[in-house]
Design a binder for this molecule. Structure first.
Ligand code: HPA
Length: 275
């Protein structure tokens, strides 16, 4: 068996009896946004370090666990803390949790992240609906022998972010009076932030926001036929657009500041996706 698939199966087998129900939506919480899961009635929790073979996150402030909870009537599995490529894991390990949530039964994938704003209209604290992405600066998670059980060798990526889910998010933002930007997200590997020259390049390529996650997860989700959507919290202006040096504490501060509004939007959007 393909070793990547073998590892996924090992993880799944080690927790399958603890999965309380088939989740409909898989939600990934980005840096500083993890508190969403704390505000819900939790039906079950599985710590990443209890899963045999699972890549365990090391970044300060990132929790590492799956939380099972209902958002309204919708059963959801939530990743409170994700795995980043810059931590030193292989890119297939980075997307393993996404594949695991698909194995649990989730067919919709809701990605969130903190990012730097490239688009000149954006301000720190804005939310951006991800309408498309640029993946070519981080390794593709589908490299290697294709896992036919998951999806095809050459998956189409012309509509990664599902228009039907985007419509739910837009409608709920409008209803809640939360302003929602839209744009293209680019993933770099990190962990260093970008230089101003890199940001000018990314802008010329058409990117609106930059970060260190999400795209590889969206690719893995799309490969398996999941409906994918994503919201980026613009926590800072990207290097060179802001005159200040970038820092993780600024990212966290902004994410904390807008977290209540972010949580309302995510909650309402998931409820709408279940209707
Ligand atoms: N660049 C990359 N990743 C980020 C940023 C940024 O400016 N802000 C939050 N995550």
């Amino acid at each position: 068996m393909n070793p990547v698939y073998q590892k996924l199966e090992m993880c799944y087998q080690s927790i399958r009896e603890r999965i309380p129900y088939k989740p409909e939506v898989a939600l990934v919480l980005g840096s500083g946004l993890g508190a969403f899961a704390d505000g819900l009635v939790q039906d079950a929790v599985i710590e990443y370090n209890e899963i045999k073979g699972f890549p365990v996150s090391t970044v300060y402030g990132h929790k590492g666990r799956f939380v099972f909870a209902h958002v309204g009537d919708v059963p959801v599995v939530i990743m409170q803390g994700r795995v980043h490529y810059y931590e030193g894991y292989s890119i297939t390990d980075v997307v393993l949790p996404i594949r695991l949530m698909w194995q649990m039964g989730a067919k919709k994938l809701f990605l969130t992240n903190a990012s730097g704003g490239i688009n000149g209209r954006f301000q720190a604290g804005d939310f951006m609906l991800i309408t498309d992405h640029i993946s070519c600066f981080a390794p593709n998670p589908l490299i290697g022998q294709n896992i036919d059980e998951l999806g095809p060798r050459f998956p189409d990526m012309s509509k990664v972010y599902a228009p039907s889910l985007n419509r739910c998010i837009r409608a709920e933002a409008g209803r809640l009076g939360i302003s929602l930007e839209e744009g293209i997200y680019v993933q770099l590997t990190g962990p260093s932030y970008e230089t101003p020259a890199e940001i000018r390049m990314l802008k010329a390529l058409g990117a609106d926001a930059v970060g260190m996650s999400t795209v590889c997860e969206a690719i893995a989700g799309n490969h398996m036929g999941m409906q994918v959507c994503g919201i980026s919290c613009i926590t800072n202006l990207a290097a060179g657009i802001s005159q200040n040096p970038l820092s993780h504490s600024e990212v966290k501060e902004t994410a904390d500041r807008v977290a209540p509004m972010f949580q309302r939007l995510v909650y309402a959007s998931i409820q709408a996706m279940g209707r």
